[in-house]
Design a protein. Structure first.
Length: 207
């Protein structure tokens, strides 16, 4: 028997580099996921074209026509996710704050990757803030999505050293390299329900 592949949706807003890493991982017959749809709130997101070229189903659900009605936009997202048969969702550079409508609908089934070692530096501009704070280790975190921004249970982390003279771009490039390794690894463990993924603890990988 072949590996059971859980249908997973990806939400993105931009170029989709982490989405690319997940898509490539899913091409492995032994990987326990398949991408059932790639959705963006930005119709011009380069990640949509990347996914389209990979032969995947893509959907643009522009948030702008919904104006300030976030819940209505998320209802459209939720409908699309369900129509695609998604059983889990990976946020991969999805630059929208989610409301309880979607976080509750997908509680325990929605993952996000964040470019810091949470709980340090939630939110934006993480690399600049890490350098300004003088920390010696920085990195990325995959966590479950909850109502609190970047507050969900941690599933895995990868760390890189902060080097003397680092610029935010230099540090961010090293972190991104680890993101591309960490996200597929954590997704695999999460879907396999191995003990490492079921505990809300960090598996610290130094790169």
């Amino acid at each position: 028997m072949g590996t059971h592949k859980t249908p997973v949706a990806i939400l993105l807003s931009g170029r989709g580099s982490n989405a690319t890493a997940l898509i490539r991982a899913c091409e492995d017959p032994a990987f326990p996921a398949r991408i059932c749809v790639v959705i963006s709130n930005n119709p011009d997101a380069p990640g949509l074209e990347m996914a389209r070229k990979a032969g995947l189903s893509v959907k643009a659900i522009d948030h702008r026509p919904y104006k300030k009605d976030r819940a209505a936009h998320e209802q459209a997202l939720d409908t699309c996710l369900k129509e695609a048969g998604a059983e889990a969702v990976c946020l991969a550079g999805y630059m929208r704050l989610l409301t309880p409508y979607l976080t509750q609908a997908w509680a325990g089934k929605m993952l996000n990757i964040h470019p810091s070692l949470l709980p340090s530096f939630p939110g934006l501009h993480t690399h600049e803030r890490a350098i300004d704070a003088g920390v010696r280790l920085h990195g990325c975190t995959v966590h479950l999505v909850t109502e609190g921004m970047d507050e969900g249970p941690i599933l895995g982390q990868a760390a890189v050293p902060v080097l003397s003279g680092d610029t935010p771009d230099q540090l961010g490039a090293r972190v991104l390299e680890q993101e591309h390794k960490l996200y597929p690894t954590v997704l695999r463990h999460f879907l396999d329900k191995t003990p490492a993924s079921c505990q809300a603890q960090a598996a610290l990988l130094v790169g």
